[in-house]
Design a protein around this ligand. Structure first.
Ligand code: HEC
Ligand code: HEC
Ligand code: HEC
Ligand code: HEC
Ligand code: HEC
Ligand code: HEC
Ligand code: HEC
Ligand code: HEC
Ligand code: HEC
Ligand code: HEC
Ligand code: HEC
Ligand code: HEC
Ligand code: HEC
Length: 453
């Protein structure tokens, strides 16, 4: 209606001016008065001068003739005539591709609008890109909702991750496209662009070390070196949009959810763990028992054959004894008394400390995950199974050779039994005596040698 009235108005002005006189073409905004000359002039395409607005309109809409009655339908606007690079990149993105049942992909106007385009602020990643979140949210409502309620979305940092940081702007690709920043094998690098940046001060304290650890972990190396698609990446553990801290109870990283998280890929281990004595007490909410990350860490996870791994054969005793030699923890849980010395002094223990990885460590006899009380008939340490457990390494046909040692772990009380104490004392005396005797003998011999010279 408004426009019709406007056309009518212009026509009257033209009539009053009379025929034959040169009349300037009516301005675009004379009819299209839903746009404001001042405001439009301030946009990036507006030219800055409200008096010159028509020129700016025509830069996009082209040179068509306008009469008092209006005009023919202008040619469609092609942003690409001026922004060739943007057009080229967008053409190769997921948004350009035409989907079945749709007439066109996502065009420039869907993201930027047409008449209110502002200059995009420049700067470090994240800087000013927050505004871009709103562009994407027009269509990706779910992703935006998840992002907005996550740690990145709620952060006050001006340079925190936005849609554009993880997906790009014109070059957005499908997450299954190997070139996409969101592709499984590229995810760690996408996150690390910020999370390993030493200049940043807006990251959780100490987290950069964790992130660096990931890259030298078995999971990180499997991605970087072998391109193993099923290895764990940041996103498997943290999620992509709804990233929340470990303390959030709904977080899949909260202690209560760790076995399930790792079990998504290590299902066999998770099952063994849940049936073990540790798993049994974990299910009851005991916070002293270990979960996967207590024994394996979260980022610095290494294979059991890696000497730096906590699950490497000679490191296992230290790992278990962190708790099983902790007197306060033992008392709190009514555990069998287990002093570190009882293993350390054994043949296995002494050899293990010297770096021998063929001798038995705690896990060789107790298993690593399927740990049960020795009273449980299914336990590897149950009397009826020892033959098999020890026999894995001791192949001798005569088990009495190695089964004769009786109890594996002696308690303090057993160790201080008078017979044991006596034997130990006699040993010490014998050894000292022998040492003194031979040292003296050598000294005397040397003395004679020098005298004779
Ligand atoms: C005399 C009045 C008048 C003037 C002056 C005028 N227009 Fe229009 N314009 C119209 C009318 C009427 C329509 C059709 C209205 C509709 O379909 O909504 C229209 C439609 C348009 C459209 C939409 C075409 C489409 O496919 O929907 C564009 C773009 C446009 N005008 C641009 C301009 C530009 C740029 C100028 C200045 C160079 C201008 N107009 C000047 C009256 C005018
Ligand atoms: C940066 C390029 C650009 C400039 C500059 C521009 N337009 Fe447009 N205009 C477009 C595009 C693109 C569309 C189509 C929008 C769509 O498809 O949703 C459009 C649509 C229109 C339409 C029809 C749809 C509507 O919004 O009602 C009119 C009328 C119009 N423009 C008028 C103008 C006038 C008047 C000016 C100058 C004040 C102007 N345009 C400046 C790009 C531009
Ligand atoms: C999916 C949404 C989206 C689409 C589609 C899109 N853009 Fe952009 N564009 C953005 C975002 C977001 C930025 C800011 C980029 C940044 O901060 O790195 C941007 C930046 C720009 C810039 C300024 C920076 C630069 O890269 O030169 C221009 C110019 C531009 N876009 C033009 C276009 C044109 C032309 C098209 C259509 C061919 C288009 N855009 C399509 C989202 C989009
Ligand atoms: C006639 C040429 C022309 C057309 C057509 C055109 N633009 Fe532009 N555009 C420019 C110029 C010139 C600038 C200003 C560049 C500058 O200031 O660095 C600009 C700036 C921009 C910017 C801001 C760039 C920045 O550096 O922040 C965006 C975004 C943009 N245009 C998007 C579009 C979109 C979307 C369309 C189509 C609807 C379009 N342009 C059509 C010439 C054009
Ligand atoms: C106008 C609507 C619209 C806007 C705005 C838009 N998108 Fe999209 N986006 C789509 C459509 C449609 C698809 C294709 C979905 C498909 O093929 O399943 C898509 C696909 C994607 C995909 C690939 C999805 C996948 O499965 O891997 C990503 C990532 C994406 N968009 C991110 C963005 C980002 C980032 C922005 C903002 C810069 C944005 N989109 C803006 C409509 C939009
Ligand atoms: C911290 C990085 C990051 C940010 C920020 C981010 N994404 Fe994603 N996004 C990803 C990753 C990684 C995937 C792939 C997830 C997967 O493979 O399961 C993804 C997947 C997607 C998908 C396709 C699958 C799905 O979950 O719907 C869309 C669409 C998408 N993102 C849009 C967005 C939009 C819109 C924003 C901004 C509100 C955004 N993303 C912010 C990393 C991010
Ligand atoms: C195997 C699962 C897993 C993988 C893979 C993983 N994380 Fe973590 N991440 C965790 C857990 C669990 C925590 C909680 C702290 C802990 O237990 O050490 C955490 C903590 C963090 C924190 C610290 C949060 C805080 O509150 O201080 C950041 C930042 C982080 N991870 C980023 C990353 C990045 C970036 C990647 C990829 C390069 C990644 N993580 C890979 C499991 C993982
Ligand atoms: C553009 C930079 C940037 C990118 C890319 C980025 N982050 Fe972040 N991230 C941050 C900043 C900044 C914070 C701190 C936010 C705060 O606490 O205010 C953060 C916080 C976190 C936290 C801590 C949550 C908490 O409070 O404990 C985790 C976990 C995290 N990011 C994981 C990721 C993952 C996974 C990716 C990749 C999918 C990723 N980030 C990509 C900048 C980024
Ligand atoms: C009490 C400490 C402890 C806990 C808790 C623990 N592990 Fe282990 N894990 C080990 C040790 C020790 C090894 C090395 C076993 C060996 O040398 O045979 C190991 C080995 C592994 C291996 C290598 C394959 C194998 O079975 O030898 C994987 C995978 C693994 N653990 C995953 C997990 C997952 C997943 C969880 C949680 C459900 C978990 N671990 C809980 C100590 C633990
Ligand atoms: C997305 C799947 C996935 C998730 C989730 C995952 N892992 Fe893994 N993990 C793997 C794959 C695949 C390998 C084998 C990598 C290789 O051998 O190169 C592996 C290897 C390991 C190893 C080394 C096994 C060995 O040979 O000694 C350990 C230990 C391990 N993961 C523990 C964990 C723990 C603990 C968690 C949870 C915090 C976890 N993983 C979560 C897929 C996953
Ligand atoms: C984070 C501390 C922690 C670590 C590490 C740990 N345990 Fe435990 N373990 C416990 C707690 C607590 C219990 C007792 C659960 C209960 O009965 O309340 C337990 C129970 C046991 C039991 C049953 C003991 C009994 O008297 O009922 C055995 C056997 C055992 N653990 C062996 C191991 C072995 C072997 C390792 C190393 C591979 C290990 N544990 C690592 C905390 C730990
Ligand atoms: C050579 C095999 C062997 C090694 C190595 C070993 N254990 Fe045992 N452990 C046993 C057997 C067998 C029992 C059953 C009681 C006994 O004979 O002392 C037992 C009993 C225990 C108990 C008492 C609970 C129960 O199930 O009866 C704990 C706790 C324990 N061991 C922890 C450890 C820890 C921690 C280590 C490593 C520092 C370790 N063990 C090393 C074989 C072993
Ligand atoms: C992981 C392999 C392994 C397991 C399991 C194992 N041992 Fe051993 N053990 C060794 C090695 C290697 C030696 C070094 C001497 C040798 O080669 O016989 C050794 C030495 C010994 C010794 C002292 C040296 C000797 O030959 O007299 C005794 C006693 C012994 N083991 C008993 C046991 C008993 C009992 C069990 C089961 C509860 C057991 N071991 C389980 C590997 C193992």
């Amino acid at each position: 209606m408004k426009r019709l009235a406007c056309v009518f108005g212009v026509a009257i002005i033209a009539l009053l001016a009379g025929p034959g006189r040169a009349v300037a073409q009516p301005g675009c905004l004379d009819c299209h008065d839903d746009m404001e000359a001042e405001a439009f002039a301030k946009t990036v395409h507006g030219g800055g001068d409200a008096a010159q607005v028509d020129k700016a309109c025509r830069a996009c809409h082209g040179a068509f003739e306008v009469t008092d009655d209006g005009h023919d339908t202008p040619d469609p606007v092609n942003c690409g005539t001026c922004h060739q690079d943007s057009a080229k990149v967008t053409a190769g993105s997921v948004h350009h591709a035409q989907r079945e049942g749709e007439t066109r992909g996502v065009g420039c106007v869907d993201c930027h609008g047409a008449h209110g385009i502002e200059k995009v602020p420049e700067g470090t990643p994240g800087n000013g890109r927050r505004a871009a979140n709103a562009m994407c949210a027009k269509c990706h409502k779910v992703a935006m909702e998840e992002h907005a309620t996550g740690r990145h979305g709620m952060s006050e940092s001006a340079t925190v991750a936005t849609c554009v940081d993880c997906h790009g702007a014109h070059d957005v690709l499908d997450r299954k496209d190997p070139r996409s920043r969101a592709f499984r094998l590229n995810q760690a690098a996408t996150c690390a662009a910020c999370h390993l940046d030493p200049k940043r001060t807006d990251l959780p304290e100490g987290s950069q070390k964790m992130v660096a650890d990931y890259f030298s972990s078995i999971h990180g190396l499997a991605v970087a070196k072998s391109g193993l698609l099923v290895s764990a990446t940041c996103v498997d553990c943290h999620g992509s949009h709804h990233i929340v801290g470990q303390k959030d109870p709904e977080s899949q990283l909260s202690r209560a959810n760790i076995p399930a998280l790792c079990g998504r890929c290590h299902l066999g281990v998770e099952t063994l763990y849940r049936e073990s004595v540790h798993g049994e007490f974990f299910a009851r909410g005991n916070t002293d028992v270990p979960v996967c990350t207590d024994c394996h860490e979260s980022h610095a996870i290494r294979a059991k054959w890696d000497p730096q791994s906590a699950s490497y054969a000679t490191n296992v005793p230290e790992l278990c004894l962190k708790c099983h030699a902790d007197q306060a923890l033992i008392a709190r849980n009514g555990l069998t008394e287990m002093r570190s010395e009882t293993y350390n002094r054994s043949y296995h223990g002494a050899a293990s400390r010297l770096g021998d990885k063929t001798v038995a460590n705690c896990a060789s006899c107790h298993e690593a995950h399927d740990i049960r009380r020795s009273t449980d008939p299914k336990a590897a340490t149950h009397a009826s199974n020892l033959h098999q457990t020890c026999g894995r390494c001791h192949k001798s046909d005569d088990p009495s050779a190695w089964m004769a040692i009786g109890r594996i772990h002696l308690t303090t009380a057993q160790e201080s039994h008078w017979v044991a104490a006596l034997v130990q004392h006699v040993y010490w005396i014998l050894i000292s005596f022998t040492m003194v005797f031979f040292v003296g003998f050598i000294l005397l011999d040397l003395r004679r040698h020098f005298r004779n010279r």
